[in-house]
Design a protein around this ligand. Structure first.
Ligand SMILES: [Zn+2]
Length: 468
């Protein structure tokens, strides 16, 4: 599920109209039979949360706890204070965290190579052309033909990569003590996500090939525009349509914390009327949060692990960061930057497609660019392009993340809680990478960079007399 279009959209996370919150409130207030189901759901949620906490407690991941005296003795100098935080990660913990994160680099490569191998098998020995001929017979009409072909291609691709995906998302997550799901539960999630990916992907390719037939030489430009429209749409609907398929979202219980978060929203003009919590503990022990919203509505969404296991100050620091994404218009800006990358990607795809079809069309049976039988080649070209563009797309995101950090510090005024929260994330993100490594692989600044930014804020504000 973390791969593909839906995943890209989910990780960016956007529009959640207040409807999600409204529905939940309306549900809680309806018929008595509903109340019974509610209780069952609550018990189930509690069991999930307890399981997640037990797994987290038994985990290898521990940073050295500190007391008030440590905090009082923390140097005001940003570099020294950052080092004091980094020193709280024991060497074996650091090693294991590095191994987990670096394993992710290799997994990116294996996924790429597997995808290319699948494409190569399809394109050799006229296999792709034969599937196209079958889709032409069964589909009757270009739209249904292209849909059938794309669905078969994406379906086989998902099945072939299932072992690698299961290793990455289920087995490995359990090995590192972060997963909470049983294999069947994980498999159901995978099935749902793969079906959504397959349907969205197949519809997208039907549209793309219709564009190719119509726009001929200019298909790449129209293709990029179409991809942008689709991406925006998926991002807009996924918080209300797709994400509730995997997790339950409901309002956070009333109390001082919720009031304080809503006041922060009010102060910064984030149009959020409620704070939602979702049961991430159903899948993982990791902590996270996000703010989604477009077009004058927003939702603050915290994961239940964060709410249970961290202090209120940490939740405020995290939420301040998430509000930064909203206030700084990060999603529209990201879409515009991605549009540029997509435009280049489509142009590259056109040039490479034309060049390779001239050479191979006799052997592969693919007639021209607008022939759906060339889809495996087209997807392969895009995979290589986006793999090579990784440092660019990651840098685009990482810059925004650093901006959101700055915004969050200024809003929450919790540099220490922010730093404490960053230490938690070392469970799944290597704390202290090399510069080139951070440039290529990091979608967020490294732990050291983020803690340093917080300590620099603290030092400067202290010098300015604005922070105790
Ligand atoms: Zn962020």
């Amino acid at each position: 599920m973390r791969k593909g279009l839906l995943a890209a959209a989910l990780s960016m996370s956007v529009l959640v109209p207040a409807t999600a919150a409204d529905t939940a409130t309306a549900e809680a207030a309806s018929a008595p039979t509903r109340a019974q189901t509610q209780t069952q759901a609550q018990t189930q949620a509690q069991t999930q949360a307890q399981t997640a906490d037990a797994i987290a407690k038994a985990s290898w991941f521990k940073v050295t706890p500190v007391d008030e005296a440590w905090i009082r003795a923390l140097p005001m100098d940003a570099t020294a204070a950052t080092q004091a935080y980094m020193d709280r990660i024991p060497a074996p913990v650091l090693q294991r965290s590095n191994a987990y994160y670096e394993g992710g680099y290799w997994l990116q490569l294996w996924h790429l190579l597997l995808g290319l191998a699948v494409a190569a098998v399809w394109m050799s020995g006229r296999r792709s052309a034969r599937v196209r001929d079958w889709a032409t017979r069964v589909g009757r009409g270009p739209l249904r033909r292209d849909f059938l072909f794309s669905a078969v291609y994406l379906g086989i691709g998902a099945l072939v990569s299932l072992p690698l995906t299961a290793y990455e998302e289920w087995w490995r997550e359990h090995a590192y003590g972060m997963a909470t799901q049983t294999a069947p539960a994980w498999l159901i999630d995978w099935l749902v996500a793969s079906t959504i990916n397959l349907l969205i992907g197949a519809v997208a390719f039907v549209g793309l090939y219709a564009l190719m037939r119509r726009a001929r030489q200019n298909w790449w430009a129209w293709g990029a525009v179409g991809a942008m429209v689709l991406l925006t749409l998926v991002i807009a609907i996924s918080p209300v349509v797709f994400e509730p398929m995997f997790n339950t979202y409901k309002p956070v219980e009333d109390g001082p914390l919720k009031q304080s978060l809503l006041r922060m929203a009010q102060a910064t003009g984030v149009p959020a009327h409620d704070v939602l919590v979702f049961d991430a503990s159903r899948q993982t022990t990791k902590v996270s949060a996000n703010v989604s919203g477009l077009f004058g509505s927003a939702a603050i969404r915290l994961n239940d692990n964060l709410l249970r296991r961290t202090t209120d100050a940490e939740v405020r620091a995290v939420t301040g960061h998430e509000m930064g994404h909203y206030v700084l218009n990060h999603i529209p800006k990201m879409l515009m930057m991605l549009g540029m990358v997509l435009l280049v990607g489509f142009l590259v795809a056109k040039v490479v497609m034309n060049a390779s079809l001239r050479r191979t069309s006799a052997a592969s049976g693919v007639e021209d660019v607008a022939d759906i039988a060339g889809l495996p080649l087209l997807i392969a070209i895009f995979s290589i392009f986006f793999a090579l563009a990784t440092p660019i797309t990651n840098t685009m995101i990482r810059v925004q993340e650093a901006e959101a950090d700055q915004f969050g510090l200024a809003l929450s005024r919790e540099p220490l809680a922010f730093a404490e929260g960053q230490l938690r994330l070392v469970e799944y993100r290597k704390a202290d990478p090399g510069r080139l490594e951070e440039f290529w692989f990091y979608s967020h600044p490294s732990t050291r960079s983020r803690i340093f930014a917080a300590m620099r804020w603290r030092e400067a504000m202290n010098a300015a007399g604005a922070q105790p």
